[in-house]
Ligand binder design. Structure first.
Ligand SMILES: [Fe+2]
Length: 185
């Protein structure tokens, strides 16, 4: 079978390539949201519609970039889609003084760079002893796949700001994107 150049094809459209050959265009499909009781996908989707990712080439000065409240996580945040990125998505998050993010897990991997502030994260799998990772400005650490984690700002006066880079676009394209919040917060 020969594949023609399908300029302007719409999703799910049936294409006649050669006489007798009818194929379905395979394109990106939205993934159904998880229906587990502890899924965070619905809150995330609603927030993302209200606060779409900034599609940009360069983000200047991450310390000062303006963020918007991300209520369902107890943080402020900004998501970005950098030019041409098909796999990785960065976002900035900020915790208020003594703030604690929601304890959650996701099917994306994450690396986190602390832009300012200090505190710690708890990281662990069900049935295992939770790890406590202390961090401060300039530090880098990782969150393993599907591990529960929570970020805590230990300062009474200063905010914490971090950059997280995750393989969100790729995991979404594979139909594997899930986020859950821990029953205990
Ligand atoms: Fe996370």
């Amino acid at each position: 079978m020969q594949y023609a150049a399908w300029k302007g094809a719409t999703l799910s459209e049936e294409k006649k390539v050669n006489d007798g050959d009818v194929v379905k265009d395979i394109g990106y499909r939205d993934q159904p949201l998880s229906e587990t009781e502890i899924s965070e996908m619905k809150s995330r989707e609603e927030w993302n519609i209200k606060n779409p990712a900034n599609e940009v080439t360069l983000v200047k000065n991450l310390r000062e970039t303006e963020l918007v409240p991300r209520e369902y996580r107890n943080t402020s945040a900004r998501f970005m889609k950098l030019t041409g990125e098909r796999r990785l998505q960065p976002h900035l998050s900020e915790l208020p003084p003594l703030g604690r993010s929601v304890n959650h897990r996701h099917t994306t991997e994450a690396v986190i760079y602390i832009i300012k502030g200090s505190g710690y994260s708890t990281i662990g799998y069900d049935g295992e002893v939770e790890q406590r990772v202390e961090w401060e400005e300039g530090d880098l650490f990782g969150i393993p796949l599907w591990a529960w984690h929570q970020h805590i700002n230990t300062s009474e006066t200063e905010t914490v700001r971090y950059l997280a880079v995750q393989d969100t676009f790729m995991i979404k394209a594979l139909g594997l994107h899930q986020i859950e919040r821990h029953p205990r917060q």
